[in-house]
Design a protein around this ligand. Sequence first.
Ligand code: M6R
Length: 603
Amino acid sequence: MCGIVGFIGDKEKKQILIDGLRELEYRGYDSAGIAVMDCCNISVFKAVGKIVNLEHKMKDVEFNGFGVGIGHTRWATHGKPTELNAHPHLGEFSYVVHNGIIENYQELKTFLISKGRVFLSQTDTEVIVHLFEYNLSLVEDCFNAFEKTINELKGAFAILLMTKKESDKIFFAKQGSPLIVGKSNLNEIYFSSSDAPLIGHVDDVIYLEDGEYGFAKLSEISIFKNFIKIDVAPKKLPNNKQFAQKSGFRFFMEKEIYEQSQVIADTMIGRVKDSLVHFEELENIDISKFNSIKICACGTSYHSALVGSYLFERVSKIQTSVEIASEFRYKEPLLHENTLFIVISQSGETADTLEALKMAKHANMITVAICNVDNSSMVRVADFSILTRAGIEKGVASTKAFTTQVMVLWMMALHFAQIKKVVNSEFIEKEILAMRESSNIIKVKEFYHEKVKRLSKRYLHGHGFFFIGRDVFYPLALEGALKLKEISYLHAEGYPAGEMKHGPIALADSELFTVALMPKNILHDKIKSNVEELSARDATILSISPIEFNLSDDFIKTTDTEHFMLEFFEMSMILQLFAMEISIRLGNDVDMPRNLAKSVTVE
Ligand code: M6R
């Protein structure tokens, strides 16, 4: 998804902007660009593909002395990933970068063309800079022209605009897409669409809110809302950059799989006590008020939501439904105040989930965001939020964000069960014991990784994969299939094992790979007979289980534990390694798979 950086100051600007864009690479992009202005010269560079291509184009230039610069990584929405469509976009004397979507761009473009403006790209973004210059011809003051422009745009945006007419400033606006601004000790100004590029440059930042806009120049940030200047208190910027490095692993995804043991433990700190689970974040929720829970999410977060629905019903005895956020938005859902509304999102910026959250708020529901990014849009919109504490996740294919989400949901289920008094102390004790063991069980053991590496070579062809499981292992099967297709580009489907005979079994033959999740502690005999049915049709079976299964072609023996959630966490790690090793053998870019973005901030 698109990323934005900006800088005002004396330091060499090429490196600051390139380094900033690199920190945003994990979000996914297909082109990048930079514009730098000193006094009244503007230089612009754009390249399709990786940032290294842009860097190559800029290898002979440096921008020392005072100036302003803006940069952008683009993930194509309107128009193909070409240099012409890459940002920054040019008017006659101004440049703009933009994240989000301008919904009324077509009518604005028609209007501007009728006024003689010439468009070069297919993007929605280009209207912003032309509209600004057109408005400037009417009002003759840059800030007023920018303010007027922002008010004429519909949709979602984070915008940085610079113009030769006031060459010491960057004009900015935020509506629905994240934008952060900070001032360094030397009074330089830094902009970014997320924390990472700012770390090390500034200590305090302003997380702009929807509807805020303004301008910045050396030592000054002026913010406005509804035509009035406002004061906004800066917040401390996190300074943890160690998560942003690969620490010797081949890929961020690999590093993140290995980190799960630590982050699962972090997720429990202060929440899992000696004899109970406690969420300070939820202290003010009266759970007795709710007769049901609804969870909305997308992708991997949707899979963890499904796991949550099993746990809330089984442990907390609260009826729970789960919806894919993009479906929920338009189905005209019936929303009741006695339903607790939960959204789950790694990034906290996913457009569909954010919109679902806003709908729930609008319906006066109590809302909770389970999220990995503090100060993200969802965290700011929801009534309550629980941070998953997974640390920055750079691999586009989510791993540690998923398992920490599941951990939070498991703890929440027990937390609600304690409050509702639907479980006894013996049950709570057993659950807490298992929770404490989770961090150990998910630790990557060398022999698992070796085993997965070796057997991955047998799964590079064939006509597809079925991942099958039952109960919470059904959403895990969905997740295993999603991981594999995201980074290997092989066709994979997740299925509830009991459903296979209702149709999909027709596909079974030796070229159909079935990954069977066969835990000991939940419905083992049931899934065993489902897998036997597939084996009888000659499907190739990889079974993952603590119990030997003699019909499998490949077998990964997992730890013999007494709790299904421990089996769940161990199998999650194995499926992540399986997808990654296949992707590596196929020579794919594990961390930045084709066509995908880390943070999907458009519909
Ligand atoms: O940031 P979110 O958790 O809201 O993102 C939702 C999905 O876009 C995300 O989980 C996606 O499916 C990942 N690529 C999964 O690996």
